[in-house]
Design a protein around this ligand. Structure first.
Ligand code: X8Z
Ligand code: ZN
Length: 597
């Protein structure tokens, strides 16, 4: 309201014309309230459209998704820019945090000029769909990524693994021009918001300076790298024994297609090749147990839910079962890469998977349900706080639960295993776990090391593929099975690159999940080795865990970490604690090897 003429004081000096009134804290509150309302509505609409495109890829669903994403990006960028007018206003700390999150929530901002958001949205939908529908010919058959992954997991013929590794990478060269253009557009959008480039925007979401965050990832990697090198050395020796010098030399890098996984990111599928020769064979294989007990995909998801409810969390709503995509539909194209959704920011949670009955998907189910239980725990937060404490937390929740859900003790409790093996299982179990979790660490780092370089211009399109392979060599100590063609775009053959999903989150989650495990087992009064600890059925731990999840993104992540673990930062010593006996064992096994590459 403005004061009426009769009560307005007569100015003592002539009014200075035209200086716009500085915005007030009250205006900031109103702006945030309105913003959260607009974003909540738009995000539900965009999610529902995107769900349909993800579970039914056609020309029209792609059209619809890029249309709504362009509008959503425009809205997000406009609001983030408007927020800048409160930069110098003394606002409530909660409002300040929200004003900041408004910018940080944009993974791929577009510049504010006609057509930019549209072009960007069309590119991202197209790349994601090209990846999802990618197929190649092998021995007269048309293979999907799922088919190719099955072959890599089980084939022990190096000619086959080479052909499949290379075959899948024929789907990505077509994406390269789109990717380069995406980088240009979104870098411009990031600069408009005050960031050096999109990589800098991504690094800014960790409640600390972006450069300090990058340094943190270096520090964490230094903490765990010796352990990775130890595992690499041991696995290389076993591969050399199996395949001979011509396929896998005893020294130097490992051939990437021999590790049982399309991106060599988790190596658990070749446990049979590297299992200890003496000192204890594993008593069981989870792959076999699931098949023997006649598990189907829905039963696997029900089992996963059962772990969460044993902690005192409410069961999933009926709509989860009605609306999720648990297996690959036979009659249409879908995005099979696993994901978890909350469509209405309240209770409409779902997973989208193409589940197979094996140990890998048993773990993935626990991973995805972690996202859903987290989303539901923070659903009563205001819109801008409905997110993980940071994105690494979101990835770590379900993996942390998975650490309990793969212990032999738990498998006995749910009737999958007859009798828990004794300490003879320790090294086999830790080795299996390390093949997935320790092998993952350098991959979790290198994907964004590459993208940070792409976004800051150090890696140009000409150099996309050589730089990717150089990172593989530097961090993972791996080489492709043969020379790569001149037009190769290997990064495009990994979901998160065309999908534009930041990846450092997974590196962090592979640290955080062990911090959570160590803290939870301490709370449970567990005094045995960390890898044998299961929190199944522990309602006290569940309550503390849920309290952290309920915070969402309302506080700096360090406070969420402290709320559950009592620790205030990133700490890879929990990884070392968990795997300590294995590291000793590996060092002994490697004593005559020339480790490194
Ligand atoms: O993408 C995923 C999840 C969905 S957030 C299935 N993960 C990474 C990957 O597959 O590359 C989980 C582990 C790493
Ligand atoms: Zn995830």
């Amino acid at each position: 309201t403005t004061p009426s003429a009769s009560t307005a004081p007569t100015p003592a000096t002539p009014a200075t014309p035209a200086a716009p009134a500085a915005p007030t804290a009250a205006e900031a509150n109103a702006f945030i309230a309105d913003t959260e309302k607009q974003l909540a509505e738009m995000s539900e609409y965009a999610s529902r459209v995107s769900w349909v495109r993800n579970t039914y890829i056609t020309f029209d669903t792609m059209w619809l998704e890029s249309d709504v994403n362009a509008k959503y990006t425009e809205m997000g960028v406009k609001l983030a820019k408007e927020a800048a007018r409160f930069n110098d206003v003394d606002v409530d700390p909660v409002v300040r945090r929200k004003l900041n999150l408004l910018k940080l929530g944009l993974v791929a901002p577009a510049p504010d000029k006609p057509g930019a958001a549209d072009e960007l949205a069309q590119i991202t939908t197209r790349m994601d769909s090209t990846y999802a529908t990618g197929k190649f010919q092998y021995q007269g058959k048309t293979l999907t990524l799922n088919d190719a992954e099955d072959i890599l997991a089980s084939s022990r013929d190096p000619n086959t693994t080479k052909a499949v590794y290379e075959g899948w990478r024929t789907i990505s060269p077509v994406m390269k021009p789109d990717y380069a253009r995406m980088v240009e557009i979104t870098n411009e959008g990031s600069r408009d918001l005050g960031y050096k480039d999109t990589g800098a925007l991504w690094r800014s979401g960790y409640d600390m300076d972006a450069d300090a965050f990058a340094a943190e990832t270096d520090r964490l990697w230094a903490q765990v790298e010796p352990f990775y090198r130890n595992l690499h050395c041991y696995v290389r020796a076993r591969l050399n024994e199996k395949y001979g010098d011509k396929v896998q030399p005893r020294t130097g890098p490992i051939r990437a297609d021999l590790l049982g996984n399309m991106w060599s990111q988790q190596w658990g599928n070749i446990y049979d090749v590297v299992a200890p020769k003496q000192g204890g064979k594993s008593a069981y294989s989870l792959d076999n147990l699931l098949v023997k007990a006649k598990y189907d995909p829905v039963k696997m998801v029900k089992t996963g839910e059962g772990f969460y409810t044993s902690l005192g969390l409410a069961p999933l709503p009926q709509t989860f079962w009605e609306r999720s995509q648990i297996t690959r539909p036979r009659d249409r194209e879908v995005v099979c890469h696993a994901s978890a959704w909350n469509l209405d920011n309240k209770d409409d949670v779902r997973i989208k998977m193409c589940t197979k009955v094996n140990a890998e998907d048993f773990a993935t189910i626990h991973h995805e349900l972690g996202h859903n239980f987290y989303q539901r725990a923070y659903k009563d937060q205001p819109f801008l706080f409905k997110n993980g404490a940071n994105d690494g937390f979101h990835e770590a929740i379900g993996d942390f639960i998975g650490l309990s859900a793969t212990t032999p003790e738990y498998l006995v409790q749910i009737g999958l295993l007859d009798k828990a093996p004794g300490t003879s299982e320790d090294i086999p179990f830790l080795l299996k776990t390390a093949l997935d979790k320790i092998a993952f660490l350098p991959f979790g780092l290198m994907v964004d090391r590459w993208r940070w370089g792409v976004f800051d211009g150090e890696i140009t399109p000409d150099n996309y593929n050589p730089a990717w392979n150089a990172m593989m060599l530097k961090y993972q100590g791996l080489v492709p099975p043969g020379p790569r063609p001149a037009d190769a775009f290997d990064p495009g053959a990994k979901y998160h690159v065309p999908g534009n999903v930041p990846y450092t989150r997974y590196f962090l989650s592979h640290i955080y999940q062990f911090q959570f495990q160590r803290a939870a087992c301490k709370q449970a009064g567990w005094t045995g080795p960390l890898h044998r600890c299961s929190i199944y059925g522990n309602k006290e731990v569940g309550a503390r865990f849920n309290a952290m999840m309920e915070m969402g993104q309302s506080q700096p992540w360090q406070d969420a970490m402290a709320a559950f673990t009592g620790e205030h930062g990133n700490d890879a010593s929990a990884v070392a604690d968990y795997f300590a006996p294995l590291n000793v064992w590996l060092t002994e096994q490697n004593k005559n090897e020339k480790c490194g590459w």
